[in-house]
Write a protein that binds this ligand. Structure first.
Ligand code: OGA
Ligand code: MN
Length: 223
């Protein structure tokens, strides 16, 4: 499949140039933030699709599985997976954009990223996801190498809380940064490097995480 990633063609759907710039910096910077990453109508369309899935009881409780039991002390949001043939129009559009993003990540970072795992998530008031890494180096056959999280809230104010807390290490010093889940904001980081946490939210909180995955066990690592 040939992906058209010419900025002139796609810039109106999503911020291609800003993404390329962020990706080029990501081996040195612990994370990148791009605001208004996609069209506001795609943000609200995706949020409405999550609400629709929730009303249809099609969201899955996302506790960590241990011996067939869901452990909800670590995370307790609800999720749905999106595939390229989703029947939801905005989810399908968003999957298409992540395919274009994957092509850029491959090209810029020289990574063999074979596929994208794409998820929609809803955190009800009080829900959270404790400090974690998205993947553990060498522990799986497939490796999540790059993570992006897109925020789909309608509005966001400080009182809503539910920030994405990241723990970057700069020059060997750990730091804490709280990123507000502003509507349309995209956060990008290397899945194996950045510890992060979803602080308890006080309002409904909608997001979409994408993991750009390698099937091989590449002989090199980034960073
Ligand atoms: C995750 C995650 C962050 C967020 O699903 O692994 O870290 O802000 N999500 O929703
Ligand atoms: Mn995560």
């Amino acid at each position: 499949m040939s992906l058209n990633k010419s900025p002139e063609n796609n810039e109106y759907r999503w911020k291609v140039s800003a993404f390329i710039e962020a990706v080029r910096k990501i081996p040195e910077e612990p994370y990148a933030v791009i605001d208004n990453f996609i069209l506001p109508e795609t943000v609200s369309g995706l949020r409405e699709e999550i609400e629709h899935l929730r009303n249809q009881n099609e969201l899955i409780p996302a506790g960590i599985s241990k011996n067939g039991e869901k452990i909800t002390e670590i995370r307790n949001d609800s999720i749905a997976w999106i595939t390229r043939d989703s029947t939801l129009p905005y989810a399908r559009e968003w999957f298409g954009i992540t395919e274009e993003m994957r092509a850029i990540l491959r090209e810029e970072l020289f990574l063999s990223l074979h596929e994208t795992e794409l998820m929609l998530a809803w955190y009800a008031p009080g829900q959270f996801y404790k400090k974690h890494l998205d993947t553990f180096r060498g522990s799986e056959k497939t490796r999540r190498l790059v993570t992006t999280v897109l925020y789909l809230n309608d509005t966001y104010t400080h009182e809503n809380e539910g920030c994405l807390r990241v723990f970057p290490e700069k020059s060997g010093y750990p730091e804490i940064v709280d990123l507000e889940p502003m509507p349309g904001r995209l956060v990008l980081f290397l899945s194996e490097h950045l510890w992060h946490e979803v602080l308890p939210t006080r309002a409904d909180r909608y997001s979409s995480a994408a993991w750009f995955v390698s099937h091989a066990n590449p002989a090199f690592t980034l960073g």
